[in-house]
Design a binder for this molecule. Structure first.
Ligand code: ATP
Ligand code: MG
Length: 445
């Protein structure tokens, strides 16, 4: 993409309404525009990152054997009357009436709808286990929408639902989700710590939230600092293996890590004092096992091995896809702007032409651009007729991990400059080598 042909409405001023750094930077970098409290347009740069994050979530869900689908945003109220949640959910639910006076709602989550689909189409235990998921916009009429996409009213969520014959099978689904979520967040350059949590209006017994530690997080958390040393890394996990998934789950949840709702001071005091931490975190996902809470009242049964109908055991599992943009920026930025992890960056690298209009510099930039595209990469070429300082400031603000700087002086010596956004370190090398280096960085799995 050439910047002169792109739509990147960066702001010079820091918007007054933004209280936290991720919100400020998303506005300044021209990623989002608020249309009403907690409701945003995703401008091209923001939309690109949202898509990258969504893609990672899809890939990891499918790797885990979960099946993608899409349910509507608008739901009939009757389904929620069956589960008893229509009244229980309260003012967070946006209730709508259609022209025929039918009660509808903008879905805050989809347990009822998926249970309806299941009971209509699945009859036998032989069709289990089954995990269906979708990535769809949700609406929750939050009392205090704030912090930009972190607490929106309209937000994008991946929500998945497992259906199993037995509690043991459903607990395997729970553990499997835990492992695949860890992998998902790590691919985004994030450490999200599973913490024992409270189930809230979803209900159920077992639940963990995934928290990214950040001073601006809305959740108060307590943990043993040793949990921050555990990573999934390059480990290969067989998602069908009950033992392997359980082992990872146990490893990641053995140490004390809880949100304030489940905090137990006595247990916390048993942690060696120098490892006790109380901090703040951003909830980027949550997993639940809730047994037959929905399948019972909604009649989601299958014919069991003995021919008798049994209610299925269920769980639901959510990732805050749009909130993740804020969480990633909170975890990865500096005074000059965003620093995208390579896994989610909107463009793989920036090209800055120090002297637009100089025949040699222009040609070199075009060649680098074409070479990167030929390698399947997406560069952003700043081809504006602007001062170098302004170009660098824009690149730093929008946070592309790598920048290739091209100027007449370097070209005389046959070199361009390759700069890491994260470290600020630069290296001079031949244009072809810079291109190869970038290609190698993104080839790593
Ligand atoms: P919170 O406690 O932050 O209100 P929740 O526990 O009610 O969230 P879940 O039902 O667990 O939310 O939804 C799954 C995920 O969706 C959350 O982990 C979070 O990342 C994201 N999410 C929930 N509410 C919002 C919101 N208002 N704006 C953006 N993302 C949200
Ligand atoms: Mg939650």
């Amino acid at each position: 993409m050439r910047l002169t042909r792109y739509f990147l409405p960066v702001l010079k001023e820091t918007p007054a309404e933004a209280q936290i750094v991720s919100h400020r930077l998303m506005l300044r970098a021209g990623m989002i525009r608020q249309q009403a409290a907690g409701i945003y347009s995703w401008l091209p740069l923001g939309y690109k990152v949202l898509r990258r994050i969504e893609q990672i979530v899809h890939e990891e869900q499918m790797r885990t054997g979960h099946i993608p689908m899409l349910m509507p945003t608008i739901q009939p109220a009757d389904l929620w009357r069956e589960s008893g949640r229509y009244d229980a959910y309260g003012p967070e639910m946006l209730r709508i009436r259609d022209r025929h006076d039918r009660d509808m709602l903008f879905g805050p989550t989809n347990e009822e709808m998926i249970t309806d689909i299941f009971r209509t189409h699945v009859n036998s235990y032989k069709d289990l286990p089954l995990t269906l998921y979708h990535i769809q916009w949700k609406f929750r009429d939050e009392v205090r929408p704030r912090f930009g996409v972190m607490r929106g009213r309209e937000f994008l969520m991946k929500d998945g639902y497992n259906f199993d014959l037995t509690k043991e099978d459903a607990l395997h689904a729970y553990n499997r989700h835990l492992v695949s979520y860890l992998r998902t967040y790590e691919r985004m350059g994030l450490q999200a710590i599973p913490m024992r949590a409270d189930s809230g209006p979803i209900g159920g017994d077992d639940t963990h939230e995934f928290l990214v530690l950040a001073d601006t997080g809305e959740s108060e958390v307590f943990y043993d600092s040793a949990v921050t040393d555990i990573r999934l890394g390059e480990r290969q996990i067989d998602y069908d293996s009950v033992d392997q998934c359980r082992a990872v789950m146990e490893e990641f949840t053995a140490l004390y890590a809880r949100t304030d709702e489940t905090h137990d001071q006595q247990a916390f005091d048993k942690i060696p004092e120098d490892r006790r931490r109380s901090a703040r975190g951003i909830e980027v996902g949550q997993i639940f096992y809730f047994g037959t809470k929905y399948s019972d009242p909604m009649g989601a049964t299958v014919q069991g091995p003995n021919g008798k109908p049994v209610p299925v055991h269920m769980g639901s599992h959510g990732i805050g896809v749009s909130r993740l943009l804020g969480a990633i920026i909170e975890a990865s930025h500096d005074d000059n702007g965003i620093i995208w992890p390579e896994g989610v960056t909107p463009f793989h690298c920036g090209i800055v032409n120090l002297k637009q209009g100089d025949a040699e510099a222009d040609t070199a930039c075009e060649q680098i651009y074409a070479a990167l595209v030929a390698k399947g990469l997406e560069p952003l070429y700043d081809d504006r007729d602007e001062r170098a300082g302004g170009k660098f400031a824009t690149m730093d603000l929008i946070g592309l991990p790598w920048r290739i700087t091209v100027g007449p002086r370097g070209l005389k010596n046959g070199v361009v400059e390759l700069t890491s956004r994260r470290t600020g370190e630069s290296e001079e090398l031949a244009p072809e080598l810079a291109v190869n280096r970038i290609a190698e960085i993104y080839q790593a799995p």
